[in-house]
Design a protein around this ligand. Sequence first.
Ligand code: TRP
Length: 452
Amino acid sequence: MKEKIRFSSKLGLIAATVGSAVGLGNIWRFPAEVQENGGAAFLLIYLACVCILGIPVMLAEFSVGRAARADAIHTFQKLTPGKPWWLIGVLGVLASFIILGFYLVVSGWTLEYLFASVSGSLFTPDEPSGSVNFGAKMQEYVQTDVRPIVFTLLMIAINAIVLWRGVKKGIEKLSNVLMPLLFLLLVIFCCVSLSLPDASKGLKYFFSPDFSKINGSVIISALGQAFFSLSLGLGVLITYASYFPGSTRLGRTAATVSLLDLMVAILMGIIIFPVVTSFGISDSESLRGGTLVFVTIPEVFTHMECTRLWSSLFFLLISVAALTSTISLGQVSVAFLQDSLHWSRRKAIVCVFLPLVPVSLACSLSQGSWNSFRILGYNLFDFLDCFATNYLLPIGALLLCVYVGWILPKNTLRDQLTNHGSICAVWAPAVSMAIKYIAPPLIFIILISNAL
Ligand code: TRP
């Protein structure tokens, strides 16, 4: 049998996995959640969710992935042959494909804004007064038919090219360059933000907890955020872990990835909140996802010198974060076609990205002229987003925890966490307890509350 591919360095492995985790979830959703849900109180709850649920579930994915050294579906067939558990993998492959369908569209928008910032067209005044109406610009860039499609296609092409180059030369090499760049850009923006006149007020808000805002639904939303942000539940981490060398310490890797992902979210808070106080943005609508990134922030840049430079760097930052996440999602399906069906990489990539073209285009159009076409009251884009994030993701994670906690022979998890007994992992029993007893009921509660 052909030797399975491995990441060639520890740094590359961390960069690729962090690249998957750090994405629009950190930039898009986190600041809004913090603002609405009691500042640092939400941060503390989120931290607890990452430790209690995020890290154990991540270790469950890492363990099965590295134990089987296979794609998300074949992993289950190898570890428990003849049993239907491979259906968990099918769910993962399907869900990652669906998420990719709309995530590529949003990634396309970020790329579009990057181009528009570099060319300056984002800041061309469209009103007689000479001011720029960013709300109208957003409509033009996001809610029309042709423009966003062009950039979505471009994003699909970039993803296909990176995956075409393979795990080491494509994913790992790119992550090795892009992740340090992402952190550098974040630090630069932190410095800019902290030099704003009312920065301290913003930081005070971000870091002082208001526990009165915390209730059950806030905790559920923190749990959901942790899942999405850490890329759990879809087999992305199973697939990546199958490329981890045998000597990789899974516990340390999971802790590092979670910490870096959390750090990006916190740095984003340090960037956003001084802006909020300094520019007097008080309504939470201005901080919500698209509005934050495409209206509020560009508006802020116009009040600064070197508007185009800052804006270009900012959209570069977001495009980078989005790209490394879409790549990880794409690799789930590509790895499945390559490993389970023994297809060549090229054939696998064509068969994943070609069907993604109509799916993403339909998602993109559903923001434009197909917006009136509704499924259960949602347009296609929002429907897929809601369906995959609220249901498929937690169902996948729940089944995985049941599988690892209750079905898989006990020593498989132990062997993976301790590298077959060669390292001491005193925390391993706690992780195994969390996977067995804590994660399943908690995820079940998330699912129920999402359904209600
Ligand atoms: N974690 C990414 C973000 O924060 C998104 C993402 C990439 C993802 N791969 C995933 C989400 C797998 C769920 C599952 O934006």
